[in-house]
Design a protein around this ligand. Structure first.
Ligand code: TYM
Length: 335
């Protein structure tokens, strides 16, 4: 049986947080052995909002180290930096030329992000086309992402289908979004009605960043917004969103069933006990990840070696696919 091909990416902007880990990275790690995997630090996507160049450079390498620390194994997956494989930027131009503007203007993330900015960069609108190229260059069958990226993966499907119908049926594989059952949408601890986000991760008490110290983690959970009740149960009721989010984090981290999670808190005296226990489990999960991260960052030569190896493996797949696209579209390949 052929192994499914997996592609996913993460932006090196802001601090990687528990939402990114539970919604995406944990599942990348879990599926590694059974699949053919490409994981990408998408620095070109990072440029779609203004960045400090030194900061972006640091964050890109730091995030690659963090992904390895979380358990990505270079023997089981190809981990690389997007801009190291120039086929991504080129594919996005080619795909731009078959993507109707209206498809991009409809994207909810574009509408949300652009509404918050005075001057919107073209790259922000074009962001999902670059993302579509990322995925389809590798013939990915599966794209493991959090809930917020589902619409972008659906657009990648539309773009792949359009290319196929214009040039050659079945040239691109039509990818499927793979959304985890739990952890797909980790909410902000300070506001359980808004998703935990990198752009707000600097606000105290909003997110658990993977590099937070134990004391900071305890403090953030302690302050987490809940309600005035004391029932510790999964619930879709809007007023229970805070408790539901904490229980969801506990469930995703421990791998227990909903009933087991609720049973763990049957004797609890209130939300304080829940917050304390979720903080403990988080600290236990993050401690070994943080240790590995610091060791990797202490050895920049090894990190660069791994990233160069990943880029080479990725190029070997992406470049021939891009060349075929160019030929189909009528470009003359150099001799
Ligand atoms: P990014 O960098 O915003 O997020 C990385 C991954 O984390 C997930 N995520 C969450 N999951 C659960 N709860 C949350 N609060 C939460 N916040 C973020 C995201 O869904 C994502 O899976 N456009 C993508 C990066 C990208 C990509 C790709 C992904 C570029 N090319 C190709 C897949 C395939 C992004 O900005 O993710």
């Amino acid at each position: 049986m052929t192994k499914p091909i997996v592609f996913s990416g993460i932006q090196p902007t802001g601090n990687i947080h528990l939402g990114n880990y539970l919604g995406a990275v944990k599942n990348w790690v879990a599926g590694q052995a059974q699949k053919i995997n490409y994981f990408c630090v998408v620095d070109l996507h990072g440029l779609t909002v203004p960045q400090d160049p030194n900061d972006l450079r640091f964050q890109t390498r730091s995030l690659a180290a963090m992904l390895l620390a979380c358990g990505l194994d270079p023997n089981q997956c190809t981990l690389f930096i997007q801009s190291h494989v120039t086929a991504h930027a080129e594919a996005s131009w080619l795909l731009n030329c078959i993507t109707p503007l209206g498809w991009l203007q409809r994207m909810t993330q574009f509408k949300d992000k652009s509404a918050k900015q005075e001057s919107v960069l073209t790259g922000l609108l074009d962001y999902p086309v670059l993302m579509a190229g990322d995925i389809i260059l590798y013939d990915a069958n599966e794209v493991p992402v959090g809930d917020d990226q589902k619409q972008h993966v659906e657009l990648a499907r539309d773009i792949a289908q359009r290319f196929n119908s214009l040039y050659e049926e079945e040239f691109f594989i039509i990818p499927e979004p793979v959304i985890p059952e739990i952890g797909a949408r980790v909410m902000g601890l300070d506001d359980p009605t808004a998703k935990m986000s990198k752009s707000s991760a600097h606000i105290r008490g909003h997110a658990i960043r993977l590099l937070d110290e134990p004391k900071e983690i305890e403090r953030s959970f302690k302050r987490a917004v809940t309600d005035s009740g004391n029932e510790i149960q999964f619930s879709d009721a809007p007023e229970k969103a805070g408790v539901n989010n904490l229980l969801g984090i506990y469930k995703a981290l421990t791998g227990k069933s909903k009933a087991e999670c609720e049973a763990d808190f049957a004797q609890a005296r209130g939300y304080g006990d829940l917050k304390k226990r979720v903080a403990e489990v988080t600290i236990e999960t993050l401690a070994p990840i943080q240790n590995r991260y610091h060791r990797l960052m202490d050895d920049p030569t090894e990190l660069d070696r791994l990233l160069a190896q990943g880029a080479e493996q990725a190029r070997a797949i992406a470049t021939p696919k891009l060349d075929r696209m160019k030929e189909m579209m009528g470009l003359v390949l150099p001799n």
